[in-house]
Design a binder for this molecule. Sequence first.
Ligand SMILES: Nc1ncnc2c1ncn2[C@@H]1O[C@H](COP(=O)(O)OP(=O)(O)OP(=O)(O)O)[C@@H](O)[C@H]1O
Ligand SMILES: [Mg+2]
Length: 312
Amino acid sequence: MSENWSSDPELRVEHLTMRFGGLTAIGDLSFDAGRKQITALIGPNGAGKTTVFNCITGFYKPTEGMIIHRHPGGREFLLERMDDFRITQHSKVARTFQNIRLFGGMTVLENLMVAQHNVLMRASGYTIGGLLGSGHFKKREAEAIELAKYWLDKTGVVDRADDAAGDLPYGAQRRLEIARAMCTRPRLLCLDEPAAGLNPRESEELNKLLISIRDEHDMAILLIEHDMSVVMGISDHIVVLDYGRKISDGTPNHVKNDPAVIRAYLGVEDEQEEPIAQKLVAEGLKVHEKEGPAPRKPARRTTPAAKKGTRK
Ligand SMILES: Nc1ncnc2c1ncn2[C@@H]1O[C@H](COP(=O)(O)OP(=O)(O)OP(=O)(O)O)[C@@H](O)[C@H]1O
Ligand SMILES: [Mg+2]
């Protein structure tokens, strides 16, 4: 597998720090996410993964550091300096949320049309006359419907287009969130635990969807995920966080054999590491090679190592 994410990255995170009062949720984090690659951000609960997304998408202003979104052709956006709505509109970063945030009372199709309101409002010239009369607006509206139909089909919810989004089964709602993000025409797609709550069949479908988004739409995907069958199965590159610090960065093969990762996930003492590592490899980190249900979220430390653990 190529390790070319640093030669011409889509996203470059440099020395990112996010403090909440005395708590350092992210500490001096640097990593690159490659173009047309799936980069997974993994780590135990509370490691700081969602906080990284909140900094990238402008929801939080980082305490220190830079987040550079590099479009092909050399244009760069310094995301830490931009308002969140400009990040979506100009830098073209889209995200989904750890807890689904659809407009539950709107139909599935309406959710995808709302995602395109920037394009449609621009086409209207921000006037009622533009909305009612302009051929330009009608053309853009038809394109928006086409795009919505495309993603409805691609995410397998086209049959439910006229149903309230809140009535969809959980797995379909997760896919609809991805469809809605794609309707904003992003370059970088950030997915926060898209496989949470999915059964093994739905996880497998999600893998196929994400691979096709990467390969057919030339997207860079940043993926937070606890389901190792998804992470190990589709990631080109994995960055591992623990207590807000980067503890490993490399290919799936590199990361799953990294003792620091095994320690972080299981909180084991050094002398316990070998047998636990074997168990982990047998049961968890190689789950893409075994049948059966996906593993659950790794728990926070509960062993003596956990009790010793200190947050910097
Ligand atoms: N707005 C906030 N104010 C105070 N602390 C926060 C805030 N947001 C996050 N934190 C803290 O920052 C740390 C990292 O949280 P974060 O949600 O980023 O973890 P995570 O890796 O996404 O965890 P999980 O896997 O459970 O979703 C946690 O200790 C959390 O309590
Ligand atoms: Mg989170």
